[in-house]
Design a protein around this ligand. Structure first.
Ligand SMILES: Cc1cc2nc3c(=O)[nH]c(=O)nc-3n(C[C@H](O)[C@H](O)[C@H](O)COP(=O)(O)O)c2cc1C
Length: 210
């Protein structure tokens, strides 16, 4: 039995475009993998620890090649538990809106917790940075109010999709499949519904084949 980890990063419930596409993905996924477990991690509901204080110091300790002790160790154990939960999945789905050209702060907080030396990436002078979460498929659903098509001036303002794809590649993911839903606001209701229905169709295709 495999596990799909669905990371939900919109707090808008039924009004969310990214969540509705994620549901289309998951419905198709469940049909294709009836024995798999689907776990939802809602970053707005989950009690994520602030990434500061001893936790931050522990990261530097590890980056300097040492092992955290005392209060740093306790903080690092919290990080390790969250990373272990992340790495336990076999497949991943992340669904998010664009907030201020980038991602919602709760998703950033989650990424700041899980992107860690020795846990999700390594560094050596000989080999540089290497991701540790390898060989697992990941799909991304990115909703945004405006439009940022590649090859247009608007694309330069898109710090959502390129950022997520970059940080996820950094920790080892390859062949990331991304569904974009745009414009959900700025083109009016009809354009938003057209964007939603083509995104739902694409998300369902991906859910069946991932
Ligand atoms: C705090 C906040 C900031 C936003 N900033 C942007 C933005 O910079 N660019 C944009 O195109 N849309 C922006 N939007 C609109 C959302 O991207 C859009 O509503 C999208 O559908 C949200 O995803 P969701 O429907 O899954 O919640 C913003 C929305 C919020 C709540």
């Amino acid at each position: 039995m495999g596990q799909l980890l669905y990371i939900q990063a919109s707090p808008r419930g039924d009004r969310s475009y990214s969540v509705s596409a994620a549901h289309a993905f998951i419905d198709a996924y469940r049909s294709a993998h009836p024995d798999d477990m689907v776990t939802t991690l809602d970053v707005f509901e989950r009690d994520l620890p602030p990434f500061d204080g001893f936790m931050l110091q522990a990261k530097y300790t590890v980056l300097h090649g040492a092992s955290p002790t005392g209060e740093e160790r306790a903080a690092w154990d919290q990080v390790t538990a969250i990373v272990d939960e992340f790495k336990a999945a076999d497949r991943y789905l992340i669904a998010t809106g664009m907030w201020n050209f980038s991602i919602p702060y709760r998703l950033k907080q989650y990424l700041d917790i899980i992107v860690q030396p020795g846990l999700t990436f390594t560094y050596s002078a000989e080999r540089g940075y290497q991701g540790m979460v390898t060989g697992k498929p990941l799909a991304l659903i990115c909703a945004r109010g405006g439009e940022y098509p590649p090859g247009t001036p608007g694309a330069a303002l898109d710090f959502q999709r390129p950022y997520l794809e970059t940080v996820l590649r950094f920790i080892g993911f390859e062949g990331i499949r991304t569904v974009v839903i745009e414009p959900t606001l700025m083109g009016g209701q009809e354009a938003a519904e057209r964007a939603r229905s083509s995104a739902l169709a694409r998300a369902a295709e991906l859910g069946a084949e991932i």
